[in-house]
Ligand binder design. Structure first.
Ligand SMILES: C[S@@+](CC[C@H](N)C(=O)[O-])C[C@H]1O[C@@H](n2cnc3c(N)ncnc32)[C@H](O)[C@@H]1O
Length: 361
């Protein structure tokens, strides 16, 4: 259990296809064929997320392809606009529903949010984490004060999230739940809100999307689930997370990891590269976006490399130095972290997904 109640923290921490086509044009090699599994996950990955080409035009990766940095954001946007309406169904189909267990564990067991805290769910998508935070605070702690602002760079995903929250949740229209268009790499900047790309009638009943800067030291709990690997500059996302968190605030990340067991890793790779894009084609008529999602998982840093990046951003992590002591003193980890043994991350399903936390001291 990682308690994130404001009081306990305060007390204890004194101290569309076109983008994909564009990507193909900029490809400089790599295993991009849909029928060929990608490179081994044991191949080295740098902790950073971008590189520079010789003509000083910075490049980064988009799946296995090299693309100009300036293009990546809109290409990722194209992927998520394309999958937004099928996102929830595909998540269940691709993971056989297991993503729900991971998310439940992440929110309820690891983070245990409560105490009228201010949460920012970055790359919030259609609201899986935001709704779990509010449900957990309410059902486990009778807390109807905790608030979550869902932030995403993609207005289509956010609007799908709004539709879902309007239909399925009791928080719609309350000040417990907010929606923000924003970029995880630049939380201090406003974005221009685009009109909906879909003509769905229900979109006309939604309130205007907002885009407001997130102030320094304003957030108790920052969550990001399956979002950070899509960002161009992971280090910048972490820096921004650190900036917006209050002293004592908690950073929690759920993301795909690297599978440790080599036999299971191979099985998983075959599944990812051979089956998932076909499933995307079958269920969402979109194999290319799902091919990108699989490739982006392979490109994400390994668990220890990402833990190191979290520390480099200034966070205290449980596995290093006085990290576990601080988390215990902060009242963050008595049950959960005692079992977790002061590790910097927790692997789920053999490392298919992992959870990292950091505390801003
Ligand atoms: C795989 S979805 C995850 C959604 C949700 N967190 C979940 O777990 O179901 C990834 C989300 O990250 C968003 N995203 C990608 N790059 C982003 C960025 N730079 N800033 C904010 N959100 C971003 C996408 O628009 C998409 O909604």
């Amino acid at each position: 259990m990682l308690r994130t109640g404001a009081s306990s923290l305060g007390r204890s921490l004194r101290l569309s296809p076109s983008p994909l086509q564009a990507a193909r044009c900029y490809s400089n090699g790599g295993a991009t064929g849909e029928s060929s599994p990608g490179p081994s996950s044991s191949s080295s990955r740098s902790g950073g997320n971008s590189s520079s080409s010789s003509n000083n035009d910075p490049e980064t990766h988009f799946g296995f392809q090299s693309v100009p940095e300036a293009l990546k954001e809109s290409m990722v946007g194209g992927v998520f606009s394309s999958v937004s309406s099928s996102y929830d169904v595909m998540n269940d189909a691709m993971s056989l529903g297991i993503h729900r267990l991971w998310k439940n564990h992440f929110v309820s067991t690891v983070l245990d949010p409560r105490g009228g805290i201010n949460c920012l769910d970055v790359a919030g998508g259609t609201g899986d984490i935001a709704l779990r935070i509010l449900d957990h605070a309410r059902t486990a702690h009778a807390d109807r004060e905790t608030r979550v602002s869902m932030l995403d760079i993609n207005a289509d995903m956010l609007r799908e999230g709004m539709v879902r929250c309007k239909r399925e949740s009791m928080y719609w229209g309350t000040d417990q739940l907010g929606f923000q268009l924003g970029n995880a790499e630049r939380l201090g900047e406003r974005m221009v809100v685009p009109p909906p790309t879909s003509k769905k009638a229900i979109y006309r009943q939604l309130p205007e999307l907002k885009s407001e800067p997130v102030p320094d030291s304003s957030v108790d709990l920052y969550t990001i689930a399956f979002g950070i690997r899509n960002c161009t500059h992971i280090d910048q996302v972490l820096k921004e997370a650190y900036r917006v968190l209050k002293p004592g605030g908690v950073f929690g990340c759920l993301e795909f990891g690297k599978v440790g067991n080599p036999y299971f890793a191979e099985l998983y790779r075959q599944y990812s590269f051979r089956i998932l894009p076909s499933l995307g084609h079958l269920l969402a008529s979109d194999s290319a976006s799902y091919q990108y999602l699989v490739e982006s998982i392979e490109r994400f840093p390994s668990q220890p490399d990402f833990a190191q990046m979290i520390r480099e951003a200034g966070f205290c992590t449980p596995g290093v130095g006085q990290g576990s002591q601080i988390i215990e003193e902060a009242g963050l980890g008595q049950e959960y972290w005692a079992k977790a043994g002061g590790k910097d991350w927790e692997d789920l399903s053999g490392g298919i997904a992992s959870i990292w936390v950091g505390v801003k001291l």
